[in-house]
Design a protein around this ligand. Structure first.
Ligand code: HEC
Length: 141
């Protein structure tokens, strides 16, 4: 009797461990294009909920986040570093690391400041013009 019961418990534990391994495996070895899109999508949500009230301007507190202004930070890592210390204004550092990188991925993609594969963090990604008309006009390198 007791033996069977323990067996049941161990089967359940093993089952959970297998599912966890699958989830971790999927994340680690995921499709770069899907991860790329997912990070930008996540960043767009962060932007809408934590940044847009001030930065979409018209009465907002912050400056417009133009391609030119963002390219001035030169690399994605520097922009993340700046944001972590200063934004959201009055609530600096309240996003997770993941959210800071995601919002920078969203900003870089939406302003055509860089091209990269997969997720953004851990890469030396320069922010500059990539065939963006506004960038060309502003003379961003
Ligand atoms: C409460 C309003 C507010 C919120 C919310 C906010 N910001 Fe800001 N942001 C500002 C203000 C004000 C400045 C100008 C700060 C300064 O000049 O010191 C600024 C400056 C910036 C700059 C520098 C722009 C430049 O021209 O160099 C960036 C980039 C930026 N914010 C990004 C963000 C992001 C990304 C978020 C969301 C995670 C965010 N901000 C949330 C008010 C806000």
């Amino acid at each position: 009797m007791r033996g069977r019961r323990e067996h049941g418990v161990w089967s359940a534990v093993l089952g959970v461990a297998c599912v966890a391994a699958l989830v971790v495996g999927c994340r680690a070895g995921g499709d770069p294009a899907a991860e790329h899109a997912a990070q930008i999508e996540a960043g767009s949500e962060v932007y809408d909920t934590r940044c847009a009230t001030c930065h979409e301007v018209e009465g907002g507190l912050g400056p417009r986040l133009s391609a030119r202004a963002l390219a001035g930070y030169e690399t994605a890592a520097r922009l993340v570093g700046y944001l972590r210390l200063t934004m959201p204004y009055g609530a600096a550092g309240t996003l997770s690391d993941d959210q800071y990188w995601s919002v920078v991925a969203y900003l870089a993609a939406s302003r055509e400041l860089a091209r990269w594969e997969g997720r953004l963090e851990g890469r030396e990604v320069r922010l500059s013009a990539v065939g963006n008309a506004e960038n060309a006009e502003a003379g961003v390198p």
